[in-house]
Design a protein around this ligand. Structure first.
Ligand code: HEC
Ligand code: HEC
Length: 272
């Protein structure tokens, strides 16, 4: 176990050194596990929407290392892990696929992915440079927004149809859990200038159970502007997607608010 310390003293590279995503390198960075890089970068081509990274590792220690979870700094970026805890035995090699959804984004975006193991955490970073040729997908004129609202008032399932689907459905395709929340729900519920009747879900999430999230997501309530996402109601999400979403909303979502509050709190100047 203590051999870890020796390992980490060799070949440490600055975490801020971004390696082109396309580059194949030897595993050399010893940080709990031995990695090919702790930070990867990619230049997005016009029209690119989901960028995939793979962080490769090997357990060069003599003991096993348990990966407990992966946290990311934003719902747009997720690391896909197998069933947890993921036990990496001595000598075992592996890779952590990370996808970043860059729809509607411009400029250079850097996202942190924290791999939490029983031996400590490993900070990974993914950076994507996006040319400013792609105009933000979600920009709408006042008139368009008002027309969308009228369409939704007539039929709360309108977001799944026609042009609405470009923003409200396409970004959710193939997504799960946190990333699914960000694309399917966050578009309304996390929007800075959302309409006043769209509630902030974070403060009310505490103590809400599976059934609450399942029912609101799959069926919602008639005569509201909250859509019903289950396929059987004309929604866009299959059962498996809803399951991963509900699991995220019950287990992780309420904790995120606590973490955010703790960070805000710790950044406040101490009382004199
Ligand atoms: C270009 C992307 C885009 C399209 C197309 C789009 N929406 Fe939206 N929609 C958004 C965004 C972004 C928000 C969050 C509010 C904001 O930031 O403007 C939103 C919010 C909403 C809301 C919540 C109320 C509000 O305005 O805050 C409803 C309801 C809605 N959309 C319905 C629709 C319907 C119905 C259509 C099709 C007729 C549609 N949208 C097409 C991007 C889009
Ligand atoms: C088109 C915009 C829109 C999208 C997308 C959307 N919601 Fe909503 N949601 C609403 C509105 C509007 C309400 C308020 C409904 C009402 O009138 O009570 C609401 C209400 C809710 C509530 C009830 C909160 C309470 O008062 O207890 C929950 C829970 C909820 N949404 C979850 C979700 C989840 C989960 C998703 C993603 C699968 C999602 N919403 C996607 C617009 C949206």
């Amino acid at each position: 176990m203590f051999s870890l310390l020796c390992h980490s003293a060799v070949g440490v590279r600055a975490a801020s050194e971004f390696v082109p995503n396309s580059e194949q390198r030897e595993l050399a960075i010893e940080k709990i596990l031995t990695w090919d890089a702790l930070a990867k970068a990619h230049n997005a081509k016009p029209g690119e929407q989901d960028v995939g990274f793979e962080f490769r590792f090997q357990n060069k220690t003599t003991g096993e290392i348990r990966i407990k979870r992966a946290d990311s700094s934003c719902g747009c970026t997720v690391a896909r892990l197998p069933k947890l805890p993921w036990v990496i035995t001595a000598g075992q090699k592996g890779g952590i696929p990370v996808t970043m959804d860059i729809r509607g984004k411009t400029g250079v975006i850097t996202k942190a992915i924290t791999i939490v193991t029983d031996k400590g955490i490993i900070p990974l970073k993914a950076r994507v440079a996006i040319g400013n040729t792609s105009k933000p997908l979600t920009k709408r004129s006042k008139e368009e927004r008002a027309a969308n609202l009228r369409a939704a008032a007539l039929n709360r399932q309108a977001i799944f149809q026609g042009k609405c689907a470009d923003c409200h459905v396409k970004p959710t395709i193939g997504k799960q859990g946190k990333q699914l929340y960000a694309t399917a729900c966050g578009i309304c519920h996390e929007a800075k200038n959302r309409a006043p009747f769209v509630p902030d879900l974070r403060p009310l999430a505490n103590g809400k159970d599976k059934q609450y999230w399942q029912e609101w997501t799959a069926q919602s309530k008639p005569n509201t502007l909250m859509p019903a996402f289950a396929k059987e109601h004309g929604g866009s999400l299959d059962e498996r997607q809803i399951k991963t979403l509900v699991a995220y909303l019950v287990r992780i979502f309420p904790r995120e608010l606590k973490t955010r509050r703790a960070i805000i709190q710790s950044n406040k100047p101490a009382l004199k």
